[in-house]
Design a protein. Structure first.
Length: 327
């Protein structure tokens, strides 16, 4: 840093402010210091900085089922929000969220010196009493169940599923079938429960839910069965990928959408607007969840956080895959 200061003709404090990204340096001086850094080959030593101020500028993320659309989009949002705050992320996948795997992931992250941990595990095992999250690091949980010993950030799954079901009933459909997500998923459970409660509150028949695994393939397989039942006029799929498979099955079996069957999805993935027909779906703001999760974690690092539940609203996006039933 002394070499940079001499090269740029500034004080060591000014070099330190530039190296740490402080804003109280005028732009011309900042550019002069950065140019001097490049000339002398200076790079800030993050390990030394961490020893000095107690921050590693790194966030650990423990995640399961990285291949699912929701988890991958949420992870992307967390990474973007972390980068915006000057933090990098260290990813720690777990194949099954048991006590041993979760504790092992924490230990490995602790060895890699992170400032806090975000947990993105949707399976029910995370909420079982035998799984205890280690102490000593700030933790934020995304998409979890009833535990409230750490801040929890989640979408308002219930209102989204209610809006989807209510939309189909308001169009005049007698009832709504449901292609549900896997039973071990919190999101799937909340969407299924809200769908059922909305039908019950309206005094409508509740068809047996068909359980999928979030994949287009499972949506297609259930769609083949639903397409063969002429009484089915409306279906709410628990995610857009299963809705895509459902649409294919209906098309193949000669059931027009929305002429014969209306379809609603959940997620509003980028491709949903380009399905045929364009898919009515429930939009989730993954960017907002990422920002809220990182903000809650940073608050925990400064001891200003609280074990609160943060709910991010959802929004029904109406497109061409839903209409009033044919008479």
């Amino acid at each position: 840093m002394a070499d940079v200061a001499r090269e740029a003709g500034v004080s060591g404090q000014t070099v330190s402010r530039v190296a740490n990204g402080r804003s109280n340096v005028d732009e011309a001086t900042r550019e002069r210091v950065l140019a001097a850094m490049r000339r002398v080959g200076y790079r800030p030593n993050s390990a030394a900085r961490a020893l000095r101020n107690g921050r590693f500028r790194s966030i650990g993320v423990i995640i399961s089922a990285l291949s699912t659309f929701g988890n991958s989009r949420t992870l992307d949002a967390v990474a973007s929000a972390a980068a915006g705050e000057g933090f990098s992320i260290i990813l720690m996948p777990v194949t099954r969220p048991s006590q041993g795997e979760v504790s092992g992931a924490f230990s490995r992250l602790d060895e890699q010196a992170v400032d806090g941990v975000i947990i993105l595990i949707e399976q029910h095992e995370l909420d079982q009493s035998e799984i205890e999250l280690p102490h000593g690091l700030p933790v934020v949980v995304i998409d979890a169940g009833g535990r409230r010993d750490h801040p929890v950030v989640d979408f308002d799954q219930a209102s989204g599923a209610t809006a989807a079901t209510r939309h189909l009933l308001d169009l005049g459909h007698e009832t709504v079938w449901h292609v549900a997500g896997p039973p071990e998923s919190y999101a799937a459970e909340r969407r299924r429960k809200s769908w059922q409660e909305t039908l019950e509150d309206a005094g409508r028949e509740v068809p047996p839910p068909l359980t999928g695994d979030w994949s287009s393939r499972s949506g297609y397989e259930h769609g083949v069965r639903l397409a063969g039942d002429p009484t089915v006029t409306a279906v709410f799929a628990a995610n857009d990928q299963m809705a895509l498979g459902l649409l294919r099955a209906l098309h193949e079996k000669g059931r027009s959408v929305p002429g014969d069957v209306s379809v609603v999805g959940f997620d509003d993935m980028d491709e949903a607007a380009h399905f045929w027909p364009p898919l009515t779906t429930v939009r989730q703001s993954f960017d907002e969840v990422g920002k809220r999760a990182v903000a809650a974690l940073l608050a925990g690092m400064s001891e200003a956080g609280a074990a609160e539940a943060i709910s991010v609203p959802t929004e029904l996006v109406v497109r061409s895959s839903t209409a009033s039933p044919a008479h």
